[in-house]
Design a protein around this ligand. Structure first.
Ligand SMILES: Nc1ncnc2c1ncn2[C@@H]1O[C@H](COP(=O)(O)OP(=O)(O)OP(=O)(O)O)[C@@H](O)[C@H]1O
Length: 282
C-alpha cells in the first residue's frame, strides 16, 4: 500500500528534517510511526497525504508515485485525522460532517448518525457548535470526519491525544474494526500503549531517521537485559530496586534486612525505544 525509499525533506534551505526514510506498509496493516516531538512524524504524513511538496527520494501509494497520486480519486480513497482538528468552530458536529461529506460521491459515504453513535458521541451535543466542545469531543468529530468516506487507507496523527482512558479504549476499538474491514492504517504517535496494542509493525523515528522497525513483540524480545524488580526492607524503610537478572547470581547484591517480593519485569516498547535511540519519547 505504501512504499517509501530514501525519503528526505527540508523546511527551507538549511533545515533538513527527514534524512532518508525507508519503509513499506502492507495492505490491511496497522503501521505505527513512533517518535518524540519534532522527530519528523507529521512531516512524513503530510508528504504522503500531499500537503507538503518538494521531498527527495521516492514514495508510492496504491502503487503510484506520490508526485502523481494526489488526484481527486486518491483523496476519495484516504481518510486523514490531523494532529490539530480542522473543524469549523461555528458549525455543529453534524453540519461539519455534512460539509465534509459533500466532497465525496454518495456511494463512498457512511451514515453520519451511525458514525457519531459508534464514536459514542453525545447526541444532544451533535447540533451545538464545535466551539462549545471539549478537546475529546472535537477529537471524536475529527475521527468521524476521517471515516466518513469509508477510506481504504487511513492516516491517523496522534488519534488518542486529548482523550480520557475510556475514549482511548473506544478509539483503539474503532481502529481495530477498520483493520478487520481491510483498511490500511498509518498511525503516527508517541503513545507507546497505542502502538503496542494496535500495530502490526512499528518504526522508531528519531531526528528524521528510522532507528528500528519490526513487530512490537520482536522489538521487545530483542532486549538483551532481563530485569527483576525487588521490593525489600532496609533499616525499617520499604524500598524497591530494579536490577538485571544476571546480577542476581551471587545473591541480592545490595544491603537489605528482608526481601518482600521479586518480580520479573518485561521490557516495554518504551524501554526499547530508549535502547535504540538513547532518549525517551517526550
Ligand atoms: N512549517 C515548518 N517550518 C519549519 N520547520 C518546521 C515546520 N513544521 C515542522 N518543522 C520542524 O520540523 C521538525 C519535524 O517536525 P514534525 O512536526 O514533523 O515532528 P513530529 O515528530 O510530528 O513532532 P510532534 O510530535 O511534536 O508533532 C521539527 O524540528 C519542527 O520544528
Amino acid at each position: 500500500m505504501i512504499e517509501v525509499k530514501d525519503l528526505t525533506f527540508s523546511y527551507g534551505k538549511d533545515k533538513q528534517v527527514l534524512h532518508g526514510l525507508n519503509f513499506t506498509v502492507g495492505d490491511g496493516e496497522i503501521f505505527g510511526f513512533l517518535g518524540p516531538n519534532g522527530s519528523g512524524k507529521s512531516t512524513t504524513q503530510k508528504i504522503l497525504t500531499g500537503i507538503l511538496k518538494g521531498h527527495g527520494g521516492c514514495a508510492t501509494l496504491f502503487g503510484q508515485d506520490i508526485s502523481r497520486v494526489h488526484t481527486q480519486d486518491f483523496f476519495q480513497r484516504i481518510g486523514v485525522l490531523f494532529e490539530f482538528p480542522y473543524l469549523y468552530a461555528n458549525l455543529s458536529a453534524i453540519d461539519n460532517l455534512k460539509y465534509f461529506s459533500s466532497f465525496y460521491p454518495a456511494k463512498r459515504l457512511r451514515d453520519i448518525g451511525e458514525i457519531l453513535e459508534k464514536l459514542e458521541f453525545k447526541m444532544d451535543f451533535s447540533k451545538k457548535p464545535v466551539s462549545s466542545y471539549s478537546k475529546g469531543m472535537r477529537q471524536r468529530v475529527s475521527m468521524a470526519r476521517s471515516l466518513i468516506n469509508n477510506p481504504e487507507l487511513l492516516f491517523l496523527d496522534e488519534p488518542t491525544s486529548g482523550l480520557d482512558p475510556s475514549g482511548a479504549v473506544l478509539f483503539r476499538r474503532i481502529i481495530e474494526e477498520e483493520r478487520k474491514k481491510g483498511t490500511t492504517v498509518f498511525l503516527t504517535t508517541h503513545n507507546m500503549l497505542d502502538a503496542d496494542l494496535l500495530c502490526d509493525r512499528v518504526a522508531f523515528i528519531t531526528n528524521g531517521t528510522i532507528a528500528a522497525l519490526d513487530t512490537p513483540k520482536r522489538l521487545k524480545e530483542q532486549n538483551s537485559s532481563h530485569l527483576v524488580l525487588i521490593e525489600y526492607l532496609y533499616q525499617g524503610i520499604r524500598k524497591e530496586k530494579e536490577i538485571e537478572t544476571a546480577n542476581l547470581e551471587g545473591g541480592i547484591p545490595f544491603p537489605h534486612d528482608e526481601i518482600i517480593s521479586i518480580h520479573s519485569r518485561e521490557p516495554s516498547l518504551e524501554d526499547m525505544f530508549i535502547q535504540y535511540t538513547g532518549r525517551g519519547l517526550c
